[in-house]
Write a protein that binds this ligand. Sequence first.
Ligand code: PBG
Length: 325
Amino acid sequence: MYPIHRNRRLRTNDSIRSLVRETILTTNDFMFPMFICKGTNTQIEIPSMPGIYRRSLDLTVKEVQELWKLGIKAVNLYVKVSDNLKDNTGKEAWNKDGLMQQAIRAIKAAVPEMIVMPDVALDPYSIYGHDGIVENGQIINDATVDALVRMSISHAEAGADFVAPSDMMDGRVFAIRKGLEENNFHNVGIMSYAAKYASSHYGPFRDALDSAPGFGDKKTYQMDFCNRTEAIKEALHDVEEGADIVMVKPGIAYLDIVREVRNAVHVPVAVYNVSGEYAMVKAAAEKGWIDHDKVMIEQLTSIKRAGADIISTYFAKEAAILLNK
Ligand code: PBG
């Protein structure tokens, strides 16, 4: 008999395709990254990220209420810090009345069930645009970790559900866990950016926060994109140090890493579908070269198929609206 296998039988029509479908994208998969700036009633679109805004607190809260209604259960917060508050210690990062702390309080007050995950890294606060304290042109690991612990405790005091260190310093997950425990924040979780690559896909994000490195690059702390086993090592270390969720970043160009990390750890894996990935889809769609919605859903589904339990994506709102239809 020829052919032995008629695989097309399971693709005959939409009904059978639905029955055998392996990966189903839902709104429960998404977290939405948000950029916050000072002021009131202010909303500035990021030129390289059409549809994404830097918003003042009042408008951020409104947006969070809308996201909640759409079924989005978590937000990642990033703040644009005024130049006069930037230095080389990052001390504004643990100011209890800082923009991030105010944002956490305001969001939790307005939508208590929304999971709030502030970003923990010094770059928005650094005069050098680096994720750590700089001495003689070097990013100093252990002093930076001390600052990140203070920052995390301050976020927990403001009401954060999780803290999300995105800095790639060594030992920070353990130090943050210890700091949280010692301050009785037993239930505040850690989502670590465990395998974060030194990627050229972060450009639009740095436009949004005005946080591009002032000198050099981030290759002494973020990972070399040529490496694979190093990502597994990073993820295993972070789990051992107490991470509740580990993240791989970026997404689309790193789906091999997502799958390997998924197979290596027993905690949820998050993937950050970053600003550059978003910008590429928007730009190609604007030119009429691709179908925006179809490519968006295909890319997000691919990330889930690769093993992501959670996807942090600027598409969250649009995709939720589409999936809710
Ligand atoms: C910085 C940080 C970056 C992103 C998230 N946190 C940029 C960087 O490392 O330079 C990028 C996210 C994106 O591009 O969407 N701690």
